[in-house]
Design a protein. Structure first.
Length: 203
């Protein structure tokens, strides 16, 4: 039993580490969106490195800079990150329970972050390629859009690895354990080879 628990400890520790990583990346996602991709209404400028100058001032009315339609991907990102933080904490707690709970939480995180990764990538690319939006607006903090969906794919990948490790924990949990020979005690009325050798030497 002790050997089984020791063998399962390695995958469980990695699952815990990846859970903490997802929690931190969710916080980072919220900060990136709030500070750079969901600005309040106001006048802005963007630096044009090819020309070495700033663009003409342009007005933003508080729109999300990750979508070119009525779907607010920024708010969706807030929801994904908030629920992702909660699910990461639940995943850490599930490590103290039967391995099936770790599998379920890892599977949830994998699907959850995969949906966010696909959505953020598609909508961000659509926004960047929409010629009806002024170039200055599309360029404004554009690198942060790439950062956000890069984080999304990272969280998906980490969760997928956690799912594989969770199955490893389950396998270790269900493996039969056998007592080691060194710890076996002789049955009453029987003798061990060492005892028989001692008795023979006396004769």
């Amino acid at each position: 039993m002790n050997n089984m628990m020791s063998a399962a400890r390695g995958p469980a520790a990695l699952v815990a580490f990846f859970g903490v990583v997802c929690f931190a990346l969710c916080i980072t996602t919220i900060v990136l969106i709030a500070d750079n991709l969901y600005p309040g209404a106001g006048t802005y400028q963007v630096y044009l490195p090819a020309l070495g100058v700033y663009s003409q001032p342009f007005y933003l009315d508080g729109t999300c800079l990750m979508t070119n339609n009525s779907i607010n991907v920024c708010r969706y990102g807030y929801s994904v990150a908030a629920i992702g933080m909660l699910s990461s904490l639940v995943l850490l707690a599930a490590l103290c329970a039967p391995a099936i709970l770790t599998i379920l939480m890892s599977a949830f995180n994998t699907i959850w972050f995969m949906a966010w990764a696909i959505t953020s990538t598609v909508y961000s690319n659509n926004f960047a390629g929409d010629d009806t939006i002024p170039q200055a607006v599309r360029d404004y903090n554009g690198k942060y859009r790439r950062d956000v969906f890069a984080l999304a794919w990272t969280m998906f990948s980490v969760s997928l690895v956690s799912l594989v490790l969770a199955f490893a924990c389950k396998k270790k949990e269900t493996e039969p354990s056998y007592p080691e020979a060194a710890h076996e005690k002789p049955m009453p009325g029987t003798t061990t080879p060492a005892a028989e050798a001692a008795e023979y030497s006396k004769v």
